[in-house]
Design a protein around this ligand. Structure first.
Ligand code: 13P
Length: 254
């Protein structure tokens, strides 16, 4: 595929898999993913499985991501986990501002920006999630929402940090619903994201930035989505829980 950006396919397991289930999965993934060099493959298990998964993927082409982290470095924040703690398990990526956290934990763009800065301070690459709701799309304000989320969630990042970040466009109406955005809808939104990043930072940063699509990605739609010029990979939920569908998404994207 003719892209200057390397594809990145990340599995967001959400609140799924025991340690034993996680290990079963990554043992299969290690075998299936051997030799795949065209795609950066990332798995994002729940915190409780990070340690074991980290050991199981040592010396492989699979990278580890977390699903969230605190904006603080440490201290009296019961139940929170810091970037430094994630680093202990060789975590490289961290999903920030997922729509489920925006919805259920009331995470704001300002908070997500603080977390992104904290991630970079620990040399973790944030995967910053944005996306409009169904009501917002139907009201014709998708671009306005994305613009607000980008300006808010990326606030304070340097150009260097932005270039090392990843943005995931996940239309809320497509998450877990089986309703995928058409490749045209994804491309339109993601081209807008790139233009907005160019306006906030510069053209070089925008050109180098990887923008993922997320929302009901499956083996049957991966190829079409990944062939869009501004789609540089996928953040996969449900279909990343089964080895067959996850590996087929990866293989169909190449
Ligand atoms: P689904 O692939 O299950 O729609 O979830 C997408 C998602 O939220 C990934 O972060």
């Amino acid at each position: 595929m003719d892209k200057e950006r390397k594809l990145l396919i990340a599995g967001n397991w959400k609140m799924n898999k025991t340690v034993a289930e996680a290990l079963d999965f990554v043992q299969d993934l290690r075998r299936e993913a051997t030799g795949i060099k065209e795609v950066d493959i990332v798995v994002c298990p729940p915190f409780t499985a990070l340690d074991e998964v980290s050991k199981a993927i040592l010396d492989t082409n699979i990278r580890l991501g977390a699903q969230n982290m605190s904006e603080h470095q440490g201290g009296a924040y019961t139940g929170e986990i810091s970037a430094g703690m994630l680093k202990e398990f060789s975590v490289r990526f961290v999903i920030l501002g997922h729509s489920e956290r925006r919805q259920y934990q009331k995470e704001t763009d300002a908070l997500i920006a603080k977390k992104a800065l904290a991630a970079h301070a620990a040399s973790l690459k944030p995967i910053i999630c944005i996306g409009e709701s169904l009501a917002e799309r139907e009201a014709g304000i998708t671009e306005k929402v994305l613009d607000r989320q980008l300006n808010g969630s990326l606030a304070g990042l340097t150009k260097e940090q932005m270039q090392e970040s990843v943005v995931a466009y996940e239309p809320v109406w497509a998450i877990g619903t089986g309703k995928t955005a058409t490749s045209q809808q994804a491309e339109e939104a993601q081209a807008f994201v790139r233009r907005t990043v160019a306006a906030i930072f510069d053209d070089t940063v925008a050109r180098r930035l990887r923008i993922l699509y997320g929302g009901s990605v499956k083996p049957s739609n991966a190829r079409e989505l990944m062939s869009q010029s501004d789609v540089d990979g996928a953040l996969v939920g449900g279909a990343s829980l089964e080895i067959r569908s996850f590996i087929d998404i990866i293989k169909n994207s190449i």
